[in-house]
Design a protein around this ligand. Structure first.
Ligand code: FAD
Length: 410
């Protein structure tokens, strides 16, 4: 049976970008229906937040709920290579804004944001999988299947695709594009960490460069409940044999780094392994007649600087500003105020990610050269303030980072 309903905006996906877009749209008075294929809470990776994203969460009216949830406070990141530790404290940042963030279990975090959107009046259907779209401003059609395989049709003025790795519009409209970044593989899990006090600060995301392979790195993201997210990223060829062994492969990787092995010597591996390969992706256009694409569904670079949720929320904020004008019949400019503005931060992160894997940015992180005066600018980027064009590493990322790399390598 086909049932048809009508709304202003259909949002595909109730991840962070979808739920925050829904909150912002509701605050501006627009009707919203969110279609989410899973039931929440559900497991998803992406647990280390950056301070910048709290500004968008606050604007969407969800910050108090996040603060009350008991998530692990995060003050910065520690990089470790061959026993050398370098701490980046977010509060040392150059840009204005929050100086701390959280390590969040995404099942719980995403549910809080989705509940927040519902409380603001968005209609949310779980177990609603979008299977067809026909975007056209003021006359868009979305077809979804519910858990009984019943098809439903929604007519909307506009479609927002916030479907993350589902990449619904990129697939259905054939606007998917390979990322400019080399494909990577990852192997990860959650552990009961049993970390001894003093060996690792739970308030910092730990990024470990593999002792022999500088393009291979690990993350350790500790939660407030004695558990941690643990994973490793490398080229698909490097990761394949470890991925084939699952949890044993991850333990083997941990034991290849003496420092990480010591921190995790009492860890209990009580959860299944997860594997994702070739996670980066892009699109040939981020908006079109009757649609816009947010977050991972549009562009995802790399997890090394934990920028995914921050970029996803930034895209939601920018897109809603333009869409609000469009729906109210005011002048709007998707290219300038959404695509071009979003790309400022994406390109800054892309530059840092590229230089992480080629090793140049690692030379900056692990340098013995005194670079105090620009440390705050680097801390700003790593805290997510990659849209603050007063920071020279944002306005001219390649030029400024290459110059800094040269200083650190000389
Ligand atoms: P998602 O969070 O993916 O949400 C999309 C939602 O859409 C999902 O709930 C999905 O069920 C739903 N959906 C999909 N298809 C359909 C459909 N057909 N119909 C209806 N609903 C649909 N980011 C960070 O900020 N910090 C980190 O530490 C971090 N670590 C990462 C580690 C790895 C290994 C990887 C691969 C990524 C990491 N990320 C991290 C990135 C982060 O996971 C994403 O950037 C973030 O989840 C993007 O949010 P989103 O709202 O765009 O999409």
């Amino acid at each position: 049976m086909i049932q048809t309903t009508q709304t202003d905006v259909v949002i595909i996906g109730a991840g962070p970008s979808g739920s925050i877009a829904a909150c912002l749209l509701r605050q501006l008075g627009h009707e919203v229906v969110i279609l989410e294929k899973m039931t929440f809470p559900r497991f998803i990776i992406g647990e280390s937040l950056l301070p910048q994203c709290l500004t968008v969460i606050e604007k969407a009216g969800c910050l108090e709920a996040i603060k009350q949830a008991g998530f692990q406070k995060k003050i910065g990141a520690t990089f470790q290579h061959q026993g050398q530790f370098e701490h980046i404290v977010f509060d040392d940042k150059f840009s204005a804004g929050p100086g701390t963030a959280f390590h969040v279990q995404r099942g719980k975090f995403d549910k809080i944001l989705a509940d927040c959107a519902e409380r603001k009046g968005a209609t949310l259907h779980y177990q609603a999988t979008v299977i067809e779209v026909e975007p056209e401003f003021n006359n868009s059609t979305v077809v979804y299947k519910d858990s009984d395989d019943t098809q439903h049709t929604i007519k909307a003025k506009f479609i927002i695709d916030a479907s993350g790795y589902g990449r619904v519009l990129p697939r259905l409209l054939a606007i998917d594009k390979p990322s400019s970044l080399e494909p990577k593989g990852t192997l990860f899990t959650h552990i009961k960490d049993n970390i001894t006090e003093g060996s690792h600060s739970r308030e910092e995301t730990l990024i470990v460069t593999h002792p022999q392979h500088r393009d291979v790195w690990y993350w350790l993201i500790s939660f407030s409940d004695g558990r941690s997210s643990l994973g490793c990223v490398g080229s698909p060829e490097f990761m394949k044999p470890y991925q084939e062994k699952g949890i044993e492969g991850l333990k083997q990787l941990v034991n290849e780094d003496d420092v990480l092995a010591e921190i995790l010597k009492n860890a209990e591996y009580d959860t299944q392994d997860y594997i994702i390969n070739a996670y980066s992706g892009s699109v040939s256009k981020l908006y079109g007649d009757g649609f816009a694409i947010l977050g991972n569904a549009g562009e995802f670079l790399d997890p090394v600087f934990s920028s995914g949720v921050t970029a996803a929320l930034q895209s939601a904020d920018l897109a809603v500003n333009v869409l609000d004008k469009m729906l109210k019949g005011q002048a709007y400019d998707w290219q300038k105020d959404f695509v071009d503005t979003l790309s400022v931060g994406i390109e800054a992160f892309r530059c840092f990610v590229n230089n992480w894997y080629t090793g140049g940015f690692q030379d900056v992180i692990y340098t013995k050269t005194e670079v105090e005066n620009i440390r705050s600018m680097i801390a700003s980027i790593l805290a997510g303030y990659a849209w603050d064009t007063d920071n020279p590493f944002v306005s001219q990322p390649n030029r400024r980072l290459n110059a800094l790399i040269k200083i650190c390598q000389d």
